[in-house]
Design a protein around this ligand. Structure first.
Ligand code: PMP
Length: 363
């Protein structure tokens, strides 16, 4: 049994469940008596067909994905989705795409959409330094739009929607950093997408859950790799997929359904873990200052500041010496960030919470 030497609080690629790593390790050289590693087998082999179908089935099970939705494994990161979405669903729509922007990733998605067509700002939190999500009553009119795009969890700012915004057009969600962290009613969305490298596996694939009827809106003559129809028609294997990554996504989703017991359980575990850190912040008499408004605090990325940058550096160095790594906040906002995705064990968060209390007392 491999044990962890460090607790890795990186925002992604991020920590993976130890039991998943062990399983991958055990079958690394010889996958189910195939005589080959998943690393080397053809994506057209019967073994691999089973793997990609298994990955899809496990995701469908976890999220209870309705039958009229396709599940795709694409490449190019969530970043390519910022381009593909407007290319497929805004171009030629004769409508505008609506954006609810609650952080840095939403801004990037917005920028790409503007290259494709007209956009409407439904809400933008930039002037409030991206500390919260809007109330539905604050949103501009969302009717008759090609779609509304939002980011359910802003990884850099640590700001998370607690429920999907209530809008009057098709909803598209970048769920990269909180995918499968809690139960979700997929039927409320036209599309959900997420880079795998935070909650779903290693880097290399982006999971796209797409309502079938959207395929009819795609313009003719798109470049083949940028057309969702290509990937639907070819079962995500028009070109060579990132085989090993998808295999790992399968193992992680099976871990979630099996060992964890599904998304209801996962949500409870995540709320509990995040609560440990937010309690320390709240009970620090202002020594630690959380970035996000209380009601929008992310259960995935906890962001906070210390009284000075010197103390922040000291905190990061001392934590590292105790094998708690990658706690530095994103360069664009500074401070600290603890990413505590699904696979981060409670013990890792307990250890960090304890250290935070001790550090405060000493400093
Ligand atoms: N959206 C969000 C919310 C993210 O956190 C990230 C990556 N950190 C991205 C998009 C971009 O993902 P990728 O690097 O896979 O393109």
């Amino acid at each position: 049994m491999t044990e962890r030497k460090v607790y890795n609080f990186s925002a992604g690629p991020a920590t993976l469940p130890v039991s998943v790593l062990n399983k991958a390790h055990a079958e690394f050289l010889d996958y189910q008596n195939s005589g080959m590693s998943v690393m080397e087998m053809s994506h057209r082999s019967k073994y691999y067909e089973g793997i990609i179908a298994g990955a899809e089935a496990a995701i469908r099970k976890a999220l209870n994905v309705p039958n009229n939705y396709k599940v795709l494994f694409l490449q190019g990161g969530a970043s390519l989705q910022f381009t593909m979405i407007p290319m497929n669903f805004l171009r030629n729509s004769g409508k505008k795409a609506g954006f609810i922007t609650t952080g840095s990733w939403g801004q990037k998605a917005f920028k790409q959409a503007k290259l494709e067509g007209e956009t409407a700002v439904l809400w933008d939190g930039a002037s409030e330094k991206f500390t919260r999500t809007p109330k539905d009553s604050e949103l501009a009119d969302s009717s008759n739009l090609a779609y509304v795009h939002y980011t359910s969890n802003e990884t850099i700012e640590g700001v998370q929607f607690k429920a999907e915004p209530n809008v009057k057009s098709d909803l598209i969600c970048d769920s990269s950093s909180d995918f499968m962290c809690r139960p979700l009613d997929v039927s409320k969305y036209a599309m959900i997408y997420a880079g795998a490298q935070k909650n779903a596996g290693p880097a290399g694939t982006t999971i796209v859950i797409l309502r079938e009827d959207l395929l009819t809106r795609i313009p003719e003559k798109l470049h083949v790799m940028l057309d969702y129809k290509t990937h639907v028609e070819n079962g995500s294997m028009y070109n060579t997929p990132p085989c090993y990554t998808i295999y790992m996504v399968k193992l992680v989703a099976e871990w979630l359904n099996g060992e964890i017991g599904g998304l209801d359980k996962m949500e409870k575990l995540n709320n509990d873990k995040a609560g440990l850190l937010y309690n320390v912040i709240d009970e620090s008499s202002g020594f630690y200052k959380g970035h996000a408004a209380q009601e929008n605090r992310s259960t995935m990325n906890v962001t906070w500041r210390l009284p000075s940058e010197d103390l922040e550096k000291k905190f990061i160095d001392e934590a590292k010496a105790l094998n708690m790594i990658d706690l530095k906040g994103h360069r664009s906002v500074g401070g600290l960030r603890a990413s505590i995705y699904n696979a981060m064990p409670r013990e890792g968060v307990e250890k960090l919470a304890l250290f935070m209390n001790e550090f405060r007392k000493k400093n």
